[in-house]
Design a protein around this ligand. Structure first.
Ligand code: COA
Length: 376
């Protein structure tokens, strides 16, 4: 990084169904929590960046930058970022660019989404805005459908079984049970995942991240310091339509962003001791393990098999991931950073990584946090 950027404040609403709350209300709660947590004065914020994907479709609300700016007494400059489910990471990356270029000194980065005010059919159609409207949508695909195709192909190439796939959500639910901000805080057995209703063959209800409301806020600063320094902020892209890819069982945007992030942080992969990865569907979690380099191609499930058996350090999606925490799409990337910060604080480990993507990983953002108080 060109400059030292510190994570100085964090705030979160519980993810779930907030039928009685507005987008502004959710942003307000998370902002207030982050300012309180940072100990800063609201007037210290000189830029607000809001990540949001679906405001126009699910809440009839655009112009979220200006809307959020009014939460602060001095109405600082504000803008909105959209990159589908990867909007949160893109907003953090934009904040880092502002800070590195000295155009801002303290940036309030908000991720917010409110998806449950409309029917699941409407939200599924809105989410398809993250796919290609000419190549993907006309066939009637939804995102569970796209990841269903990816899963079928992966099972064909590598022989992954339905029973193995079910371990992923079982692990995420077990870990999310301990997280007070998670939408679903209960155990599900692998057998229950396998028996849950079919959504998009072979994906079942309990393979899918849910539809959620929520907001998350990180405050990044170059003038105020904390023990958490941003060691890398990298983004990468791929074709929006899966029909234009050479392979759909590996996501090149993850591989590219990971390679550059490790280089920027000047660390080896093995030094990452807290990892939040984008498990929008259980299949994605397995592919991510491979693309992030924690398993060989075709062997991503081995990480989950080992966690399930209690034989792997549980630093993967300790929060419960998108499956258990919920996935208010643009809030997820910011929430992952908060989870990493909490885990590094609790474990005193040095490095943690947040991996967030949009669509079928057509856009990807990776952030690495360094805990300067690490015991090592
Ligand atoms: N995991 C666990 N439980 C879930 C769930 C999920 N993903 N989705 C819904 N439920 C629960 C609900 O809480 C409800 O429980 P209750 O009966 O005890 O209240 C029950 O299952 C039925 O919920 P319902 O809202 O009727 O489900 P649905 O069939 O309308 O929606 C999905 C289920 C999987 C279709 C929906 O969650 C979905 O589309 N998920 C994917 C979202 C997505 O594509 N995100 C972008 C990723 S790229």
């Amino acid at each position: 990084m060109e400059k030292d950027i510190f994570l100085v404040g964090q705030g979160l609403t519980r993810f779930g169904e907030h039928w009685d709350r507005s987008l502004l209300n959710l942003m307000d709660e998370a902002t207030e929590a982050a300012l309180k947590n940072s100990g800063l004065n609201a007037l210290d914020v000189d830029l607000v960046i809001v990540a949001n994907m679906l405001g126009e479709r699910t809440n009839n609300q655009a112009h979220l930058g200006a809307l959020a700016s009014a939460l602060l007494p001095h109405h600082p400059p504000a803008l909105r970022i959209e990159s589908a489910c990867g909007s949160g990471a893109m907003a953090l990356h934009t904040a880092a660019a502002y800070l590195e270029s000295k155009r801002a000194e303290t940036v309030l980065v908000i991720g917010v989404e409110k998806m449950t005010d409309v029917s699941v059919d409407e939200v599924s159609a809105a989410l398809m805005g993250a796919a290609d409207s000419e190549l993907d949508a006309p066939s009637g695909l939804t995102f569970p459908g796209i990841f269903g195709l990816i899963t079928q192909r992966y099972m064909h190439e590598y022989g992954l079984t339905r029973e193995q796939l079910s371990l992923v959500s079982a692990v995420h639910h077990r870990q999310g049970k301990e997280n007070p901000f998670a939408q679903f805080r209960f155990d599900v057995s692998p057998e229950k995942v396998t028996a849950s209703p079919m959504v998009a063959d072979p994906l079942r209800l309990l393979d899918c991240s849910p539809v959620s409301d929520g907001a998350a806020v990180c405050i990044l600063s170059t003038t105020h310091r904390s023990e958490l320094r941003l060691a890398a902020s990298q983004i990468a892209s791929d074709s929006v339509s899966i029909t234009e890819r050479a392979s759909i069982t590996s996501f090149s945007a993850t591989r590219d962003a990971m390679q550059r992030a490790l280089k920027e942080a000047e660390i080896d992969r093995e030094e990452i001791r807290a990892l939040e990865t984008h498990d929008c569907f259980s299949m994605a979690a397995i592919i991510n393990m491979e693309d992030l380099g924690f398993a060989e191609p075709g062997e991503g499930i081995s990480v989950y098999e080992r966690i399930h058996a209690g034989d792997y350090p549980t630093f993967v999606n300790k929060s419960g991931g998108l499956k258990s925490c919920g996935h208010p799409v643009a809030a997820t990337g910011i929430k992952q950073m908060i989870d990493i910060a909490k885990q590094l604080g609790a474990s005193k480990e040095q490095y943690g990584l947040a991996h967030n993507f949009g669509g079928a990983c057509a856009s990807c953002g990776i952030h690495i946090l360094e805990n300067l108080d690490a015991s090592s």
